[in-house]
Design a binder for this molecule. Structure first.
Ligand code: SF4
Length: 306
C-alpha cells in the first residue's frame, strides 16, 4: 500500500497494487513500483547532502531525467553545466546513469573534485564490460544509442563497443564477423525485446556471453505494467518526456491497452480520456517524484466516473 494516498479509501489490489476509491468517481489503481527507484533516490540524496554541505556543486547534464527534480536541485544551489569549464576546486556530481571514463578524467584534469552518484547497478555494468573488453570479447550494448547510460557504458570499453538499438534491424553482417562477444543491456530496456534479440544474435555470433543487466526495479515495473492495462479501462503513465524508462512503460502499456496516456503531471489529464471508464491504472517512471504521482491520483479519483 502506498502510504502517501492515505486520504483515499484504500484496499490491497490484485498483483500487490494499491487500489484507491474516491466516492462515486473512478477506481484508481497505482502500481506498487511506480516512481523513484533506489538508484534515483540515492543520487538525489547525494546531491542534496552535497548542496547542504556548502560545496560548490555542478552537474553535467541532468543527474536524473525529471525537470521538477532538477529544478529542486538548482534551487538548492547545484548548477547545471552544458560543458566542462575550469573546475577550480568545485565538485562535479556524476549522474545516476554514469559517465564515460574520459569525461571523468577530463573533469579531474580541470580541477573538479568528483562525487559519483552513478547507480550501483550501472556501476556493475561498467565492471562487467571492462572485464569482458579486457578478456578480448567484443562488447555489445543493447540500448538507446544516445542515452547517457549507454554512452557511459561504451566509454568504459577501451576497444569501444557495438551499440544495438532494439528499434532497428540487427546489423547481421557486423554480427557475423564477431568471433567472441559479450552482451549487456541498458538497465531500463524492454526485457522481452532484449531476450528475443539475444536469441537472434546467438544464431549469428555463437560464442556469446549474455548478461541480463536490466535492473530489478525496471523488471518489477515492467512486470506490473504487463498486467495493469489488462485490468483497467484507462492507463496513465507518468514521467518526463526525456525519461527512457517511462517511454518503455508507456510502450508496453499502450501495446496492451489503447487507452494509455503518457503525462508529466496532473495538468496533462483530459476528461475525455475517461468516458465510460470505471477503473484507471497508474504507473510512473523511475525518476517521477511521489508528489507528482499523488497529484495525478487525486485528480483522477475526483473525476466523475461513468
Ligand atoms: S532504473 Fe535501475 S539502473 Fe537506473 S537508476 Fe534506477 S535502479 Fe539504477
Amino acid at each position: 500500500m502506498r502510504k502517501t494516498h492515505a486520504n483515499s479509501k484504500a484496499a490491497s489490489g490484485a498483483a500487490g497494487r494499491a487500489k484507491l476509491k474516491a466516492g462515486p468517481g473512478l477506481v484508481v489503481r497505482v502500481a506498487k513500483s511506480a516512481g523513484f527507484c533506489f538508484g534515483v533516490k540515492r543520487a538525489i540524496r547525494i546531491a542534496r547532502d552535497l548542496a547542504a554541505s556548502g560545496a560548490e556543486v555542478r552537474m553535467l547534464g541532468d543527474i536524473v531525467h525529471n525537470e521538477q527534480v532538477i529544478r529542486g536541485l538548482e534551487a538548492a544551489g547545484i548548477r547545471k553545466l552544458r560543458r566542462l569549464g575550469r573546475g577550480r576546486g568545485r565538485t562535479l556530481l556524476i549522474r545516476a546513469h554514469g559517465a564515460p571514463d574520459r569525461q571523468i578524467r577530463a573533469a579531474r584534469r580541470r580541477g573538479y573534485r568528483i562525487v559519483d552518484a552513478t547507480c550501483p547497478m550501472v556501476r556493475e555494468i561498467h565492471r562487467l564490460v571492462r572485464r569482458m573488453d579486457r578478456s578480448g570479447r567484443r562488447v555489445i550494448v543493447m540500448g538507446d544509442r544516445k542515452h547517457d547510460e549507454v554512452v557511459g557504458i561504451v566509454g568504459r570499453c577501451r576497444r569501444g563497443a557495438l551499440v544495438l538499438d532494439l528499434k532497428e534491424p540487427l546489423p547481421e553482417k557486423k554480427l557475423r564477423r564477431i568471433r567472441r562477444a559479450a552482451i549487456v543491456v541498458q538497465s531500463t530496456q524492454n526485457e522481452a525485446e532484449a531476450l528475443a534479440a539475444v536469441e537472434a544474435i546467438r544464431a549469428l555470433a555463437p560464442d556469446l556471453k549474455f548478461f541480463n543487466t536490466i535492473c530489478r526495479p525496471t523488471r518489477m515495473k515492467q512486470q506490473e505494467v504487463r498486467i495493469l492495462p489488462l485490468e483497467t479501462d484507462v492507463v496513465l503513465v507518468i514521467g518526463s518526456r526525456t525519461s527512457a524508462n517511462t517511454r518503455r512503460l508507456y510502450e508496453i502499456a499502450r501495446s496492451l491497452n489503447r487507452r494509455t496516456h503518457w503525462i508529466q503531471s496532473a495538468a496533462g489529464l483530459r476528461r475525455a480520456w475517461f468516458r465510460n471508464a470505471r477503473t484507471v491504472g497508474v504507473t510512473a517512471g523511475a525518476s517521477t517524484p511521489e508528489e507528482i504521482i499523488r497529484g495525478v491520483v487525486e485528480a483522477a479519483a475526483r473525476l466523475p466516473g461513468p
